[in-house]
Design a protein around this ligand. Structure first.
Ligand SMILES: [Zn+2]
Length: 251
């Protein structure tokens, strides 16, 4: 017979820890007060297209000058936080320290920040890794996040729809033209699943958005297969103003 362990006793045996710094915390999968304060959350009001915060409220649905000057191929981008401090720590721990249990709390934050993108009808498509990288890492962190988002927020998890058949160099540090060349035709759709895309809204999922070239290439492939819309939901967003030093994080 299985023993039932009361919550308080379980806390004593396995104390709840902050996923960033390992300090003891009161609630499961919650950040400690210090990490919460340091987390560079993206808050409304934000650009309707790019999800970047405005300094002041310019009204619902407003576009930033950046979105007006160069509208993205995707419809909307939403992220939980800038790629800095505890947000960067969580992304690196999930990806390189194989702390896959972090996907659940990170996905919960993503559902909260990107709830307006999620619909029962949506296809949740993780940005794929090249097979050689998947072989060495053994898991795709974007797929772990997308699976948890489907569980929490609805939508159909589609981990095998997009394929990355070209191993690309890291995007940070390349010029805009080189970035586009780097990922051009890197993604195609699995022919056995492509029929299911026509007429469906798609939400592309990734852990961090760096330059936007990768999601642009994925978006092009999905729209080409007849997706009615492509939105992008990431945990973190690299702030171009503080990109220095982030390059080595994306190997
Ligand atoms: Zn902490």
């Amino acid at each position: 017979m299985r023993a039932i362990v009361p919550g308080a006793a379980l806390d004593f045996i396995l104390p709840r820890r902050c996923p960033c710094c390992d300090a003891r915390v009161a609630c499961e999968q919650g950040l400690c007060a210090d990490c919460w304060r340091e987390m560079p959350f993206l808050e409304r009001p934000w650009c309707h297209r790019l999800g970047k915060p405005f300094a002041y409220d310019v009204g619902e649905g407003a576009w930033s000058p950046q979105a007006i000057a160069a509208p993205p191929l995707f419809d909307r981008l939403r992220s939980v936080a800038f790629y800095d401090g505890p947000a960067r720590q969580l992304v690196l721990s999930l990806k390189f320290s194989r702390r896959r249990e972090l996907a659940r709390p990170m996905a919960r934050w993503m559902v909260r920040s990107g709830g307006e993108l999620l619909d029962r009808n949506s296809l949740l498509v993780p940005v794929p890794l090249h097979w050689s990288r998947l072989l060495s890492r053994r898991f795709n962190q974007a797929a772990d996040l997308a699976r948890e988002i489907a569980r929490e927020g609805g939508g159909r998890f589609e981990p095998r729809l997009l394929r990355r058949h070209k191993r690309t160099r890291q995007q940070v540090g390349l010029t805009a033209k080189d970035r586009q060349r780097n990922v051009r035709s890197a993604f195609t759709l699995d022919s056995s699943r492509a029929d299911g895309v026509a007429g469906r809204p798609v939400v592309l999922i990734d852990d961090v958005l760096t330059t936007g070239s990768t999601v642009a290439a994925c978006t092009r492939a999905l729209l080409g297969a007849g997706a009615v819309s492509v939105d992008v939901l990431t945990f973190a967003l690299v702030d171009p103003a503080s990109r220095t030093g982030a390059g080595s994080d994306f190997q």
